[in-house]
Design a protein around this ligand. Structure first.
Ligand code: GLN
Length: 315
């Protein structure tokens, strides 16, 4: 698709979004998220030909929150692939992102790596290998390498310490999930260190442009198109995309699959990364959430983009 067409489509979507009055509700469990304006909207689309189109607040950094679960899983798959699937399932949960209920009957094994419980097990695996500070460094290095720096004056991807601290001081449910899984022997490293790694990954700050660039390996069967490095094997990449489709939006994943029809992963900061395999990596940000904790207008923007481009994987 020509970049000009994409620019026009994004402008059209942004103008539609600007007219919508009900924008959902920002996450209010920590000030760094509660204080973000509902009016923010950004979108960036990187296509396989190497170009990127963007609109609105696409250069502004936001808290990627659970979108980071993709990168943490990618990192864990590089060295600990066999262990992951003994400790985390690969099925949709049908429950909210922070739910604890299935852990009792399923013996401390979370349904998938994208609900909080599953992501905390991934953080535990990574922390055992790299240490809590090492996980932060590894994730930052991965995401910085993937997102590159081609916008003049762009701030590098960073971890927002104030957000990480706020996650920690309000993260009682995540502490409960970790402690409960520990009872079943599914948190094996020091709980505090594992949670520290998890809270810091939630606090990764990126712009839509950076996030769309970082997602390009997912559209290219696991290969970073710039460095040509294999970030995920083709089989692992397919697995990540399948999980994004089934579990990337928690108990609203079915709705996202029907409306948008692309593998996608949301975060409570209002960001979504969606992948059209071999075609595009798309990041969108609108901080207002629906009841399931997914970006309301971000989902709408992706739905419109797919209507305009025909990029759904189901056609
Ligand atoms: N920091 C949030 C939490 O751990 C992330 C959840 C999300 O983005 N869905 O609850």
């Amino acid at each position: 698709m020509a970049k000009l067409d994409l620019d026009e489509m994004l402008a059209q979507i942004a103008s539609e979004i600007a007219k919508i009055t009900y924008r959902g509700r920002v996450a209010d469990y920590i000030p760094p998220l509660a204080d973000v304006s509902l009016d923010k909207f950004g979108m960036a689309v990187c296509t396989a030909d190497g170009t990127c189109a963007r609109t609105g607040d696409a250069e502004e950094g936001f808290s990627i929150q659970s979108v980071s679960k993709i990168f943490a899983l990618t990192l864990a798959l590089q060295h600990d692939a066999a262990e992951i699937w003994q400790r985390v399932g690969r099925e949709p949960s049908g429950t909210p992102f922070n739910s604890i209920v299935q852990l009792e009957s399923e013996h401390g094994i979370p349904r998938n790596p994208f609900i909080n419980a599953g992501a905390i097990v991934i953080a535990d695996i990574l922390t055992a290998r790299y240490g809590a500070k090492g996980v932060q460094a590894k994730l930052l290095a991965l995401v910085r390498d993937l997102s590159g720096r081609d916008v003049t004056g762009e701030a590098p991807v960073s971890i927002n310490e104030a957000t990480a601290r706020a996650e920690k001081s309000s993260g009682h449910r995540n502490v409960a999930l970790a402690q409960y899984m520990r009872v079943f022997g599914n948190i094996r490293h020091d709980v505090e260190e594992t949670l520290d790694a998890y809270f810091h990954q939630c606090a990764l700050t990126m712009s839509c442009t950076q996030l769309a660039r970082a997602g390009r390996y997912l559209m290219m069967e696991g290969v970073n198109p710039v460095s040509r490095h294999v970030i995920a094997t083709a089989a692992h990449n397919r697995l990540i995309l399948a999980l994004m489709m089934m579990c990337g939006h928690y108990d609203a994943s079915g709705n996202f699959a029907i409306k948008v029809g692309l593998p996608g992963k949301s975060g409570v900061g209002g960001g979504i990364l969606a992948i059209a395999p071999r075609i595009a990596s798309v990041a969108v940000w609108s901080p207002g959430l629906c009841a399931a904790g997914n970006s309301l207008l971000g989902t709408y923007a992706l739905e419109r983009l797919v209507q305009m481009t025909g990029w759904t994987v189901f056609s």
